[in-house]
Design a protein around this ligand. Sequence first.
Ligand code: GTQ
Length: 355
Amino acid sequence: MDRNPGGSAAQDAERRDFYERIDKVGMTPLWEVLGALVPPQPKSPVAPAHWRYDSVREHVMEAGRLISAEEAERRVLVLENPALRGQSCITQSLYAGLQLILPGEVAPAHRHTQSALRLVLDGEGAYTAVDGERTTMRFGDFIITPSWTFHDHGNDGRDPVVWLDGLDIPLVRFLDAGFAEKGSVKSQLDARPEGDALHRYGSNMVPLDHAPMPHEPSRVFTYPFARTRESLVGISRGAADPHFGFKLRFVNPATGRSPMPTIGTFAQRLAKGFATRPYRSSDSTVYVCLEGGGRATIDAASGAASTFDFAPRDVFVVPSWHAFALAANDDTILFSFSDRPVQEVLGLWREEKMA
Ligand code: GTQ
């Protein structure tokens, strides 16, 4: 931008010379970058993007022929935002990938400060163990592995199993707060029977001495799709919200806050033929279609629009402050996740419901 419309060539040269001299001592003029540093509204570098499961599945399966889960530690194809290639992120703060585990394989136990979610997309018979409790992974199940919990994955069934991983890797990297270690055993012993956490913490009751800190992750680490679906169908007998259809957020039942402090998670149902009004929010969001299908229309502030015709197991991204709308061709269920709880506690999160 020309900051000196009436200025002389001599003055321009003097300024450039000044910038070069201060550059050598590690300084730069704010006035050349102020507009970009403090924009009037978010100007996300994230691109709207869509991965069709039917197109990427073969590549995920090919990875299964090239490397074992054990050798890879985690056999994952990372979904890289097309505008952020090389950075292993799907949005500025979040990572996503498709993880494959073949029958008989084990992805060995480890833990890290990054929080993770799994959304089961394809195949049956796999499990994830979190701090010594296994959960069987069924289609649409949403499973969390909170920060610093040991977790391993395995497949005792006969199908290849694929799920979507969502992690706060870029956020933790930005904060330089990443720690990780391998477990002393490959697979954790079954310290508790399957379902224990859901019974103790996820059935409108908690143990007598359970007094979680406000942002503590949920002890419920599996949110079975059967339950989520039943709730979404149940509330669909009421009136649909014009911007959301029928939408709920997942919570830590003991606190009412997000299951994990860094990643907010949502489930949404749109009846066949329903179209939402446009909406925007400051959290770039990853959507996954679990049932049905339809069209997402995403408008950039510049006016350019992207339309994605999505089907079950597809993943798409809506960048911060891009108005978007959904139209359902069928009864449709979507899962989504974003960094919204982070923005909320920092007092940054905004939304706009448009006409
Ligand atoms: O399953 O622990 O996609 O540590 C990336 C990093 C999955 C996992 C990923 C991980 C994991």
